[in-house]
Design a protein around this ligand. Structure first.
Ligand code: BG6
Length: 258
């Protein structure tokens, strides 16, 4: 309703933050599974929150890929770059997903909408350790990795394990392993079971989950009731300073399962 549009859901946000053991939750009205405009609201809320929170001056923002990220990137505005120099970098290699939802494309969109800069990381999603070791020293890759390691902001989403495994065309063997280990969530290329245990990891270049602890501004944007199980599983690992931006339907479902 109108009141909730204006005021948000302060009680629910507090409850959910304490349930997930993170510092901040923000909820937009609606259900993004049913109403695509809800994703737009998530993006606007993220843009406004970043505008209020980020320090003046230089900010290095590491962004992940996915359909949620692609939708929220469209809502970024020049307001965000007021008093700031923004540099968007892909948090991890991710060439292999559809081009529009790769982190490279999302960083480019965010830079374009705000008037900031961006860098690209041309590394496949899924490479063996032997292949990527020498890549770390490549002149086109190393400077971007250095930037990622200095990011003060991370923005990512959270996926359902099996949806992400098939979208990324992981092998039948890996899919069987994920099923056997009861993976329910995926974020940053890590797969988690319901208790938050990492059960599988895609060897990818860039940000690792342990790095999140040292990053002052971490934003997790994920919505829709069908992601509730994945969100809950991932949040066992989320650093406390996380801002979780979600919709009413995911929030209700998380609180009901409590
Ligand atoms: C990305 C994360 O931001 O979002 C992935 O890096 C996650 O790890 C994905 O699985 C979720 O994608 P979508 O399309 O559901 O937003």
């Amino acid at each position: 309703g109108l009141m909730s549009d204006l005021l948000g859901f302060p009680k629910m946000e507090k409850k959910l933050a304490s349930l997930l053991a993170i510092d901040h939750v923000l909820i937009v009205p609606g259900d993004s599974d049913e109403q695509p405009p809800v994703l737009k609201r998530l993006g606007q809320l993220l843009n406004n929150t970043l505008s209020l929170l980020l320090p003046d001056g230089r900010n290095v923002i590491a962004a992940m890929g996915g359909t949620t990220m692609a939708a929220v990137a469209k809502e970024f505005t020049p307001q965000l770059a007021r008093q700031r120099q923004l540099l968007f970098v892909p948090a991890r290699g991710g060439v292999g997903e559809l081009v529009d939802i790769q982190a490279n494309a999302i960083c480019s969109q965010m830079a374009q909408n705000t008037g900031g800069e961006h860098r690209s990381l041309y590394v496949p999603e899924n490479v063996s350790e032997r292949t990527y070791e020498p890549l770390l020293k490549e002149p086109s890759i190393k400077p971007v990795l250095d930037l990622i390691s200095h990011a003060n902001v991370v923005i990512h989403s959270i996926g359902e394990a099996m949806t992400m495994a098939s979208r990324r065309q992981m092998s039948d063997d890996v899919i069987a392993e994920l099923e056997q280990k009861q993976a329910v969530a995926e974020a940053f290329g890590y797969f988690f079971d319901e208790t938050g245990q990492v059960v599988y990891k895609i060897p990818r270049i860039g940000l690792q989950i342990r790095d999140l602890n040292d990053i002052p501004y971490v934003f997790a944007v994920a919505a829709g009731a069908k992601k509730a199980t994945a969100i809950r599983a991932y949040m066992h690992n989320a650093p406390h300073q996380t801002w979780f931006i979600t919709d009413e339907s995911a929030a209700n479902s998380l609180l009901k399962g409590a």
